[in-house]
Design a protein around this ligand. Structure first.
Ligand code: SF4
Length: 298
């Protein structure tokens, strides 16, 4: 696809300046859309005289996308290949929140929001000793419900959401947890991350749930370049090849928890130092995140 923008014809003395400014604007805009960490590719611009008073700067968007995606995909595939060699058949459902029952798993997943695993497990144990179904949860006094799930934190909100979610399940789905991403996300207290965990570990879909550990390592490696977990989830959803989708969540979360730690990542034990943007920024004196732009006249 050839796209472009037109502007008044500048005088010859400022023509090169105009080319440069617009090349840089287009380049930054394009990097933002792609979420790419690769800032060393070239962008080719052509300049066309539309009338004798206007010029049009044209840029080949699809060609550039192919270039960037190909370059980024090579790195992504190499990362997943190494994970795959290290851990060929990851299958570790998070036991503190995933049970042999879809409703209990959904409760466990929603209780686990911003909560340590052991606290989630304690809240689930307390609650499931008293109630295991939507009807039983609705039969609990709200204050008792809050006390049962108190170890999970934010228990006022979580108790309200559990009651509302139970009502919604009964009213909309006959008390059955739907095997459907959109319907899950419409339940109280169920966001994208909870939905992805449910799809991956309860409904056996190759979803990639993004928590703080996955978000951190994906951005340090340069698989994503975002500030928000849900944006990282979108990038991983878009860029993870099918053959690695089953393992991606567990590989990234385990490596993020145990090697690529938040405060002091164990880079000396890591197998990605040659690929990691974060490592290169801190250890390679010659590493520059520069923008390289070339222009050419048609
Ligand atoms: S090299 Fe360091 S920062 Fe990069 S992924 Fe490995 S542990 Fe994390």
């Amino acid at each position: 696809m050839l796209s472009g923008l037109s502007m008044p014809l500048p005088n010859l003395g400022s023509l090169l300046t105009h080319w440069r400014i617009n090349a840089e604007r287009i380049w930054q805009w394009w990097l933002k859309i792609l979420g790419s960490s690769n800032q060393n590719a070239n962008i080719d611009l052509t300049v066309r005289f539309v009338t004798n008073k206007r010029i049009k700067i044209c840029y080949s968007i699809q060609a550039q996308e192919v270039y960037l995606r190909t370059d980024k995909m090579t790195k992504i595939i190499e990362i997943y290949e190494r994970f795959s060699a290290l851990d060929p058949t990851p299958n570790r459902p998070p036991r503190e929140k995933i049970y042999n029952n879809a409703f209990k798993s959904l409760v466990g997943v929603t209780l686990s929001a911003q909560t340590k695993d052991e606290r989630t497990a304690e809240a689930c144990r307390n609650l499931f000793a008293r109630a295991e179904t939507p009807e039983e949860i609705l039969a609990l006094d709200i204050d008792e419900l809050k006390q049962l799930i108190r170890p999970a934190g934010m228990y006022n909100n979580k108790a309200r959401n559990l009651r509302l979610m139970s009502e919604q399940l009964l009213a909309r789905h006959g008390g059955v947890v739907p095997n459907d991403r959109e319907q899950l996300m419409q339940l109280a207290g169920v966001g994208r991350k909870s939905t992805d965990i449910m799809m991956r570990f309860v409904f056996n879909e190759p979803a990639i749930a993004v928590d703080t550990h996955v978000h951190r390592i994906a951005n340090r490696l340069g698989i994503a370049n975002t500030r928000a977990e849900h944006k990282t989830a979108e990038i991983l959803e878009r860029d993870t090849p099918d053959e690695y989708r089953w393992g991606a969540h567990e590989w990234l979360i385990d490596y993020g928890k145990h090697i690529c730690k938040a405060r002091r990542p164990l880079c000396d034990q890591c197998m990605f130092t040659d690929l990691c943007d974060y490592y290169k920024e801190r250890h390679d004196e010659n590493y520059e995140q520069s923008t390289s732009i070339s222009t050419q006249r048609a």
